[in-house]
Write a protein that binds this ligand. Structure first.
Ligand code: 13P
Length: 258
């Protein structure tokens, strides 16, 4: 059984269209070697989804993701983008529950459950984010905090839906701060997340779930973090906006055959 190793870029609300296209072109041109179980996902702003999808579509290992989707199916929700619309333009992935959305747009677990259900209904693969704030890390209760997020957000899913799911562990204190979790801290939490999933769904399912680390992943620390057995790649913000940085990060994915 092979678990996917994934380098995911979260461009957030950055780049002009021409900068975005240049970045995608540069990534496609760079020396990237990917095995069958390794992949790259670019989570780009809504207006660029089609343009970037067209650029990377011919590359088997490259996929495009939205950064969010609506919690409702369709209707009078001005400014929202539905899971069905994303499916219609051939987008395969969607980030759900990023800490910035939880914090700035008040997305509760109930809302995230609606989004996950709609994403799955329309054949999108959610990348579910979890992670604790600094105060919780300082208290030492990060495991309980993250387990709670997983239970509230995901445990209504059945085993088949959990299989090959993607989870991103992003400690909030490490996002955009340059303060990355140490590779040992990342491994400790990822192992714990896999155990929480195994307790609910069994080891054979938990072992298929890709758990990405996010929070100040850079070209110079990716290899160390990704080398850990339960870290299946990263969800990368700032460093994913620079082609040379992100291609090094992609090339830091480990080869793993379970
Ligand atoms: P940075 O890599 O900029 O810390 O952002 C991480 C993140 O939030 C990815 O989703």
């Amino acid at each position: 059984m092979i678990r996917k190793q994934i380098a995911a870029a979260n461009w957030k609300m950055n780049l002009s269209l021409s900068q975005a296209e240049t970045l995608a072109d540069e990534l496609m041109k760079s020396e990237i070697k990917l095995d069958i179980h390794q992949q790259v996902i670019l989570a780009v702003p809504f207006p660029y989804l089609t343009a970037i999808h067209q650029k990377v579509n011919h590359h088997n290992h490259f996929h495009v993701s939205a950064q969010n989707c609506a919690a409702t199916k369709n209707g009078a929700f001005t400014g929202e983008v539905s899971a069905e619309m994303l499916r219609d333009i051939d987008i395969q992935y969607v980030i759900i529950g990023h800490s910035e959305r939880r914090a700035y747009y008040h997305e509760t677990s109930d809302i995230l459950v609606e989004k996950i259900n709609l994403a799955l209904e329309y054949g999108l693969k959610p990348i579910f984010c979890c992670g604790e704030p600094l105060s919780i890390r300082e208290e030492g209760t990060q495991n309980e905090f993250v387990a709670h997020q997983l239970k509230e957000g995901l445990f209504h899913l059945d085993a088949e839906q959990m299989k090959h799911f993607i989870i991103a562990y992003e400690p909030i204190w490490a996002i955009g701060t340059g303060k990355t979790a140490s590779s040992d801290q990342a491994q400790e939490m990822h192992q714990y997340i896999r155990k929480v999933i195994a307790d609910q769904y069994g080891h054979s399912i938990a072992d298929t779930v890709s758990i990405l680390y996010g929070g100040s992943v850079k070209a110079n620390n990716a290899e160390d973090i990704f080398s850990k057995p339960d870290v299946d790649g990263g969800l990368v913000g700032g460093a994913s906006l620079v082609a040379s940085e992100f291609s090094t990060i992609i090339n830091s994915l480990k080869s793993i055959i379970l």
